[in-house]
Design a protein around this ligand. Structure first.
Ligand code: PMP
Length: 364
């Protein structure tokens, strides 16, 4: 078997033991005589799978009892709309504040503006999203229904610290798509957390929403019931057929994370991986560059440029030939990006760094 080192931003690498277990159980899940894809979502076997997945996710993250865990579809992009539709009040006449620190929070802000009144409470766009706002730059509306932020910007490589400290007048709503489960954090600091699964959690098709009870039941009257958090919570995420196979696979990822020492365990490895890669970039004498302020560099998505963009094509071709794939930067940003999610092993980053050092020596 030959597996590449996969640095894709998402869908992304999954833990090999998880894939092997899926292969093992694909046609006969634990003696059921059928695979999970073929099972009724209302049957005993799948009920056990989703309940175990929720229990394991709750214990990994330390989700307090007054939060609902929802297994939804539609991706984080659907949440960009679903959040204002649910949280701006039954008349939809509230207003929300958005912190804009990169492409994804900017998209969330733009989409929310289609459904209600939104304000920008701080933006670092003038600095090309290379830093987070300072405490003094936040200007919140005391009447805001919620404050939205993206705690890890997948394209720009900007990450908030694990403990978000700014004082806000309203519940924090966080897009954590690209670093959920990569380190411990205090869930109770947030009113709602969401993310597409296809980076750190499991396969595409599953969207996680963790929402505090008091934020349920405020949805605008006209929204589809499948988009109403309160309806989904009352139905255990099964108003309709949930993405069963993705939930099963995510459940296996949660078990794998427990075996890594939980979020504290995986956070240690993630810190080592990020330190290695940034040290390579910073130590390259300018051959490679990442211009994000040091205290908000993402531990998950590391964008970098080559001093001579004419070398980009050779870098991509040579890295691919060396079994390192998915390093091309986002089309809106250019350059390179290495996504080093939970399931990308430390050895993969070592191989990448050796390749980068060698490439710089050959072309520097
Ligand atoms: N937010 C962030 C931070 C992301 O990285 C992405 C996907 N790259 C999205 C939102 C959009 O997610 P989806 O494709 O699941 O809608």
């Amino acid at each position: 078997m030959s597996r590449v080192w996969n640095f894709s931003a998402g869908p992304a690498v999954l833990p090999l033991p998880v894939l092997e277990q899926i292969r093992e159980e694909l046609t006969d899940w634990q003696g059921a005589g059928m695979g999970v894809m073929e099972m009724s979502h209302r049957g005993k076997a799948f009920t056990g799978i989703i309940e175990a997945a929720e229990a394991d996710l709750r214990s990994l993250l330390g989700v307090p009892g007054n939060y609902r865990v929802l297994f939804l579809q539609g991706g984080a992009t659907q949440q960009f709309a679903q959040i204002p539709l649910n949280l701006l009040g039954t008349g939809g006449d509230g207003s929300a504040d958005y912190i804009v620190t990169g492409s994804w929070s900017k998209k969330a802000f733009g989409e929310a503006a289609r459904f209600g009144r939104v304000r920008c409470a701080a933006s670092t766009e003038a600095d090309r999203f290379t830093r987070l706002p300072t405490a003094a730059e936040y200007a919140f509306d005391p009447a805001a229904a919620y404050v939205h932020l993206c705690t890890n910007e997948t394209i720009h490589g900007v990450e908030f610290p694990a403990e978000v400290t700014m004082a806000t007048p309203a519940p924090l709503v966080a897009d954590m798509s690209s670093h959920l489960l990569s380190r411990p954090f205090d869930v109770s600091r947030f009113g709602l957390i969401y993310g597409g699964a296809q980076k750190n959690v499991g396969p595409a098709g599953l969207t996680l929403v963790i929402v505090r009870d008091d934020l349920l039941g405020k949805a605008a009257a006209h929204i589809p019931s499948v988009m109403d958090y309160a309806v989904m919570a009352a139905n255990g995420s099964m108003l309709n057929t949930p993405p069963t196979f993705a939930i099963y696979a995510a459940g296996l990822v949660f078990k794998w994370l427990q075996a890594q020492g939980g979020l504290a365990g995986i956070a240690g490895v993630n810190a080592q991986k990020a330190a290695l890669l940034y040290a390579c970039i910073d130590g390259s004498g300018g051959f490679y560059r990442n211009n994000i302020a040091a205290d908000c560099r993402s531990r998950m998505n590391v964008p970098f440029t080559l001093s001579d963009p004419a070398l980009d094509a050779a870098f991509l071709a040579d890295s691919q030939a060396a079994g390192l794939i998915g390093l091309k930067g986002h089309k809106s940003f250019g350059g390179m990006r290495a996504s080093i999610y939970n399931a990308l092993p430390l050895d993969g980053v070592r191989v990448l760094v050796d390749f980068m050092n060698d490439f710089a020596k050959r072309h520097g």
